[in-house]
Structure formats: structure tokens, C-alpha cells
Design a protein around this ligand. Structure first.
Ligand code: ADE
Length: 341
């Protein structure tokens, strides 16, 4: 595969090395007030009653802090966290092992919960609702049903695609929060906070520029900050100015709107190969040699958010704003946006 995308919201190895950038509490957590305020109340109420928190579903695009929130919940409740991921939970036995080892109030975090195998998901229903699991051991005549009682735990599920959750699973979450892309102001605050923690000197306007190009995503902002720091160190005596940010991000192929090569390739494919669209996601994925899920879950959400891409019943279309951003004059073929000239 080509090198990893710099601006993907997906977790990359480098992020693991810097856990200190993650806020430990809601007080330190910047932005997402529509989530932070109600979550704080739910946490405090449960803590005061010495009860486990209800199950929590966190949904929204990658890189906005779902895992961070799961860890904040664990800290606030002063319990352990056990982390799993939907695609990795392949065997019922693995799930049983994790569930039966949970202590009272523990957080059981399942990332990408929409990718759970339906057969595994079935075991979660009684576990979430009644804190029991029924497990069939052996086969044929000697098959027996074992019934385990679990301690009351809190399931925290994270997903980029809440719409893909089955209704029975979704209905078992008492608290459902949607994370949205961060405003440039909030992202700038994240960049300045990270710079302080990493002891990077940076001006307000340079921080604003990183924030502006970070696609509303703190994880991307923090990654861009590291790349800019490297560039400044090697090419500019360590000083991070607006011009240094611009040069460093240009070198990384990130443009003024924060788009990278794959974003631009997606838009160019729609424009050049499919006359601006509409085009189906299967055709796009095949032409770009990418998986549909990467396009749908990682690449498209931000392009939709900033209005460069439209989803229509017939498929994806590039908008006039996309043509203008890529400096492509809108053509006259049917379906292509016209400037009305
Ligand atoms: N780092 C990443 N996300 C953050 C957030 N929401 N608040 C503070 N620091 C962060």
C-alpha cells in the first residue's frame, strides 16, 4: 500500500506513542459541548448514586475523540476499561472471556461496533440488558446451555456508521451521543494545547492555519502539528510561522482546504471519468482501487460536510464548489454544474 494518509482520521501507530495529548477529563476536553454537557451530568449522577453508568453509544466520523471519551468515562467512574473492536471479536468464546472477567462498573469498550459479526452481537443483547450470557457448550446429545451471571458493566460502543447498527443493539444504549466535526476555533485551541504539552513554540496565526486545514478533526490537527514541527526544525530554525505551516503542508500534499491526494483523486475521478457524476460508490471504489468502506467512512464525510460532494439517489456528484476548488471549469455535458455564464 502507499504510505499512510497524513490526514486520515483513522488511528495510526504514531498516535499511540503520544497518549499524553489525550485529555484525561471532561474539564480538559475542548469542544463538543452538546456531548460534554449531558455526558457530564450522566456521569456525575451515576457516580453520586454509586451506580454503573448506562451503556453509551458514541458515533461520528473517525478522529473526533470517541476512544478518548471512553477513557474519560472510565476515569470519572474510577473503574477499569477493557477494549475490544468489532472486527476483531470473531469468536463467541472470546467475547465470553472478556465479559465474564469484567468487574462491577467496568467499562467494556467496543470500537467499530457496527462491524460486529451478527452471531456475536446476539450474545450482547442479554449481556447488556440483564447482565447474563447464555452459552452453548458441546454439540449434539451432550450439548448444554451454560448461564453466566455478569457483573453490571457499562458498554461503550463507538462507530463511524450509526446507521449500520441493528435496531436491537442501538435500542440497548441508554446514552447516545453524536460527535460532530470541530469548529476552526475549537481546533485551534486543541493545536495550542498540544503545542504546549509537546513544548512546541507556535504563533496564533500558524495554529489557526493548521486548524483550518485539519478537516475538523483533532487527531489530524495533532498529526499536522508534528509534521510542521519536523519541517520547521529541519528547514526553518525551529520557528513555526504561517509561511512554514504553508510550506510544510504543501510538501505533504495537503492543500488550502485540507484535502489530500486521495480526496482530490476522488473528486477528480467523479469529474474526469464520470462527467461530474452521479456515480455509484462501487464504481468509484473500483476506479480508485480503494475499499468502499474507506471511501464511505473516512474520505466522504468531510467532503460532504464542506459541500464538495453531494449524495443523490443516482450516486455521488461533484459540486460546483469542488470544480472551483480544483480549478476545473465546469463543462457543458449533461449533469455537470454550470456557472450560469
Ligand atoms: N486532543 C484531542 N482532542 C481533544 C479535545 N477534544 N480536547 C482537548 N485535547 C484534545
Amino acid at each position: 500500500m502507499a504510505r499512510e494518509r497524513l490526514i486520515t482520521g483513522e488511528a495510526q501507530l504514531e498516535d499511540e506513542g503520544a497518549p499524553s495529548l489525550r485529555p484525561d477529563s471532561l474539564t480538559e476536553y475542548i469542544g463538543q459541548l452538546e456531548v460534554v454537557r449531558p455526558l457530564h451530568i450522566a456521569l456525575e449522577a451515576a457516580r453520586q448514586r454509586a451506580e454503573p453508568l448506562e451503556h453509551v453509544l458514541l458515533h461520528g466520523p473517525p478522529g473526533l475523540g470517541k476512544t478518548t471519551l471512553a477513557h474519560i468515562i472510565r476515569r470519572h467512574m474510577d473503574v477499569n476499561i477493557v477494549a475490544a473492536s468489532g472486527p476483531a471479536l470473531k469468536r463467541a468464546g472470546d467475547l465470553m472471556g472478556l465479559l465474564t472477567n469484567l468487574k462491577q462498573g467496568d467499562v467494556f469498550f467496543i470500537d467499530e461496533i457496527h462491524r460486529l459479526d451478527p452471531a456475536i452481537e446476539e450474545y450482547l443483547y442479554p449481556a447488556m440488558e440483564d447482565f447474563v450470557v447464555d452459552f452453548v457448550v458441546d454439540r449434539g446429545a451432550s450439548a448444554r446451555m451454560l448461564n453466566f451471571k455478569l457483573r453490571r458493566f457499562t458498554l461503550v460502543g463507538a462507530t463511524t456508521m450509526a446507521g449500520l447498527l441493528t435496531a436491537p443493539l442501538r435500542d440497548r444504549f441508554g446514552l447516545v451521543y453524536r460527535l460532530n466535526y470541530y469548529s476552526p476555533e475549537d481546533l485551534r485551541a486543541v493545536v495550542l494545547r498540544s503545542a504546549r504539552l509537546l513544548e512546541i513554540g507556535i504563533g496564533e496565526d500558524a495554529a489557526s492555519e493548521i486548524a483550518r486545514r485539519a478537516r475538523g478533526t483533532p487527531r489530524v490537527a495533532n498529526r499536522l502539528l508534528r509534521r510542521v514541527r519536523d519541517y520547521a526544525q529541519v528547514e526553518a530554525d525551529g520557528e513555526i510561522t504561517h509561511a512554514v505551516v504553508d510550506a510544510a503542508l504543501r510538501l505533504e500534499g495537503i492543500d488550502e482546504a485540507g484535502l489530500d491526494a486521495l480526496d482530490r483523486a476522488l473528486l477528480r475521478t467523479i469529474i474526469d471519468v464520470y462527467q461530474g457524476g452521479p456515480v455509484g460508490i462501487e464504481a468509484l471504489a473500483a476506479t480508485l482501487n480503494e475499499t468502499q468502506s474507506t471511501l464511505v467512512e473516512v474520505v466522504e464525510p468531510y467532503l460532504l460536510q464542506i459541500g464538495f460532494l453531494a449524495r443523490t439517489p443516482g450516486g455521488r456528484k461533484a459540486t460546483l464548489a469542488a470544480y472551483q476548488h480544483l480549478h476545473v471549469p465546469p463543462g457543458t455535458a449533461p449533469g455537470q454544474p454550470s456557472l450560469g455564464l
